[in-house]
Design a protein around this ligand. Structure first.
Ligand code: ATP
Ligand code: MG
Length: 546
């Protein structure tokens, strides 16, 4: 069963069961990014899931900026996140929310826990707390401040809020169980001191709630029914439920975990992407080699191809590495159907057609799409001097070679059959020009006396304009760089190869950001940032015949 092109997953089974118990549920989900970087393809998976589930059940999905780490967050990231979600084609319910909107309420819940004897102010350092917490094999040890009176705790916490203590000198911890087999339950920190200006609350607060304390309360305030997060939060679910059970709140969202997206030859982690940018390996968050949403967009991926990818990979609880060809197939299937074709020569070499006179000029019609006649035709010029790609010529042919070589014939796409007669070389032995003869009886028809196997693309010298081609390859040399501590050692030195070549003249009118198939080469996008009618810059999305 498919509705709104949403592929059923295990979350659907859970919600369907919830509906069996209560037909009136109003499904509410949320997408909760931290504004500490740009969104990437992993986030797209979470966005498609959260918005997809909400839509499927006629519910709603909130956008909530999870802004509790002021030193790493800023307004630019907030704006980029909003733009990316919109660009992907989703509309959140009402205004966007911020965890920081709830700081007053969260603070009150902390006071409530202290009053109930369920939270205390600890004066141990971060390091001591860590040592006391124990390991999977050893129990934790109680802090000596654990038995402090409620009165003392309330006093200290309020003083903390007033900025009376230094950063790191104390924190608020939940009083749960230092010998729990779940380390997360060993008196987790709920609040810490930070004298950092916050992008929204500015200098109002110098104490900030931790993720675990913030998240469940924000979900409950927004009446989120199904709080979907990635598997690494599985253990945190215990704390999520413990907090909601112990505070006076009247809504109980449920958390469910799914596996993160991992993609071959790529890393999907804001922290690591930041590192790659800092090391100047790529040019920024929108570099077409990185799997951020804006990087993918600049590369030429469409929102629909990204949504299709997320739908195809599905959602489960199993961690796996998705093949890069799964992503490439989504854009290539889409563009194969609807991208106009163009002739572009990435690595040009000149052909001189001996049996055409100087000034010969014939208009030739090229199809914009080989199968879809509704996409129309365009005019090209056929003339004495044309360009083909260097890789389509080989002086001495070998068996099975189907392109141009001395003494052999090949068809120029949508034009004539030509035969190479000789080459002219420079003093270093490099081919400068190729001389050919053209069979003028072969426009739109095949000769009856012989079979011509090869078809190559070409542009007349009268119809060519210079262009820059950014040829992108995988950013990493290995399939799973996420597993490598020193992932920077595995960067592909050829992740970007720049080539200057030729393209049909009319291309200067192309709209920046639009996608084309360069015949026999691949799908390319006119770089929406750099492309102008004087500076034609194209990004290769993917090669043909991968
Ligand atoms: P990163 O490690 O890149 O910073 P994050 O999980 O810390 O990722 P958040 O901004 O906190 O980033 O994530 C917002 C939402 O997106 C969360 O619900 C998170 O689980 C989800 N998410 C992040 N990365 C992935 C991924 N690779 N696959 C699926 N969902 C993801
Ligand atoms: Mg994070």
């Amino acid at each position: 069963m498919k509705k709104n092109n949403h592929k059923i997953n295990f979350i659907n089974h859970i919600i369907n069961k919830d509906f069996e118990k209560n037909k009136k549920i109003k499904v509410r989900t949320r997408f909760p990014p931290e504004p500490n970087g740009y969104l990437h393809l992993g986030h797209a998976k979470s966005i498609c899931l959260n918005f997809g589930i909400a839509k499927y059940y006629n519910g709603t999905c909130n956008l909530r900026l999870d802004d509790t780490n002021p030193e790493k967050e800023n307004k630019n990231y907030v704006e980029s996140i909003k733009n990316d979600v919109k660009w992907l084609g989703f509309k959140w319910h009402g205004k966007e929310h911020y965890a920081s909107e709830y700081f007053n309420k969260i603070y009150q819940y902390a006071i409530e826990l202290i009053k109930k004897g369920l939270a205390y102010v600890d004066r141990m350092s971060k390091k001591e707390i860590k040592i006391h917490r124990g390991t999977l094999n050893t129990k934790g040890k109680n802090s000596i401040y654990r038995t402090q009176s409620v009165k003392e705790n309330l006093f200290l916490f309020k003083q903390m809020r007033k900025g009376r203590f230094k950063e790191g000198s104390m924190c608020l911890r939940a009083k749960i169980n230092m010998s729990s087999s779940y380390i997360i339950m060993r008196d987790p920190v709920l609040y810490r001191i930070k004298f950092v200006r916050h992008h929204k609350t500015e200098k109002k607060w110098c104490i900030f709630p931790m993720y675990d304390f913030t998240h469940c309360i924000s979900d409950a305030i927004e009446k989120i029914t199904h709080s979907l997060c990635t598997l690494e939060f599985e253990n945190n679910r215990r704390l999520y439920n413990w907090i909601l059970k112990n505070i006076n709140i009247n809504f109980y969202p449920k958390q469910y975990e799914f596996s993160k997206l991992n993609l071959e030859y790529n890393i999907l982690s804001k922290r690591k992407i930041k590192k790659i940018i800092e090391k100047k390996i790529i040019k920024g968050w929108d570099d077409p080699r990185i799997m951020t949403i804006i990087g993918l967009k600049r590369r030429g991926y469409t929102a629909s191809s990204i949504r299709e990818f997320c739908n195809r990979i599905g959602v489960s609880k199993k961690n796996n590495l998705i093949e890069i060809c799964a992503l490439e197939a989504c854009i290539s299937e889409e563009l194969n159907k609807n991208a106009n074709r163009i002739m572009a020569i990435l690595n040009p070499i000149k052909i001189i057609i001996e049996n055409l006179h100087e000034g010969y000029k014939e208009n030739i019609l090229l199809k914009n799409h080989p199968k879809n006649i509704n996409m129309g035709t365009r005019k090209a010029i056929f003339s004495k001097e044309i360009y083909i790609d260097k890789k389509d010529f080989c002086e001495n042919s070998h068996p099975g070679y189907k392109r141009l070589s001395l003494g052999k014939e090949v068809r120029l796409r949508y034009a004539y059959i030509i035969k190479a007669t000789k080459v002219e070389k420079d003093n270093k032995g490099n081919i400068k020009n190729i001389f050919c003869v053209c069979d003028l009886n072969t426009l739109g028809k095949n000769p009856t006396d012989r079979k011509i196997k090869g078809v190559i693309h070409w542009i007349s010298a009268l119809n060519a304009i210079k262009a820059k081609f950014n040829l992108y390859n995988y950013l990493f040399l290995i399939k799973n760089p996420e597993l490598e501590k020193n992932f920077l050692n595995f960067i592909n030195p050829k992740s970007l190869v720049i080539q200057y070549g030729l393209i049909e003249k009319w291309s200067k009118k192309i709209k920046p950001g639009s996608n084309y198939q360069f015949e026999r080469e691949g799908y390319f996008s006119a770089d929406y940032k750099e492309f102008t009618n004087k500076n034609l810059v194209f990004n290769r999305i993917i090669k043909l015949n991968r």
